[in-house]
Design a protein around this ligand. Structure first.
Ligand SMILES: Cc1cc2nc3c(=O)[nH]c(=O)nc-3n(C[C@H](O)[C@H](O)[C@H](O)COP(=O)(O)O)c2cc1C
Length: 174
């Protein structure tokens, strides 16, 4: 798939087929995460792969109603984490860059996914609870939770209306 087609066509998928995703496909998506840009090229990420239903249930309960369906219907959930000792001031950006690579790679590999926030400044208890569920060291923060699976054909996506480029483009200054 052409890169620009992948970027243009990717959408958030929240409902998945009851069909497993082979490890080699997950590994390909994770490898795309490794290529993300990071501050000072510190590459501070860790990826926790969860298939176990009981663990997914605990994550879903923490993330609340809207996120229960995607986390529970996906066969695999990847939690993108970052070592904040390796990236003390840029850890969220670093984790989000890896996340975007994973989302695009997943689409290219025929999978669906959706960005679910793992760390919110206004609600630190969410990250703390995820750390506890996954046994993360205190210096490892969960940035995003990414359900991965084959998109369910009944997933109803509203057409997405993009902002016009000329609304957001400013030449030589604002
Ligand atoms: C910072 C951020 C947080 C998000 N949090 C959630 C979330 O908690 N649950 C969810 O279903 N989608 C979440 N999303 C996905 C957005 O809803 C989605 O990307 C947006 O509606 C645009 O749709 P698209 O991804 O299909 O283009 C989040 C996206 C971003 C960038």
């Amino acid at each position: 798939m052409q890169t620009l087609d992948c970027i243009r066509q990717r959408r958030s998928i929240r409902r998945f087929l009851d069909k497993d995703v082979p490890d080699n496909i997950i590994i390909k998506a994770l490898n795309a995460g490794l290529h993300a840009p990071s501050s000072r090229d510190c590459q501070p990420w860790h990826f926790v792969v969860v298939r176990e239903k009981q663990i997914r249930k605990k994550l879903a309960d923490i993330k609340g109603e809207d996120n229960i369906k995607p986390i529970m219907s996906a066969p695999v959930v990847v939690i993108v984490c970052v070592d904040i000792d390796a990236s003390p001031s840029r850890w969220i950006e670093d984790g989000v860059c890896a996340t975007e690579n994973l989302l695009l790679a997943a689409y290219d590999l025929g999978l669906g996914s959706v960005y679910i926030t793992g760390s919110k400044q206004s609600k630190p208890e969410i990250a703390a609870a995820i750390q506890k569920i996954l046994g993360l060291p205190s210096k490892v923060m969960p940035v995003t939770i990414l359900p991965l699976g084959y998109p369910h054909p009944k997933e109803q996506l509203q057409a997405k209306e993009l902002r016009a480029l000329d609304e957001v483009l400013h030449l030589e200054g604002w």
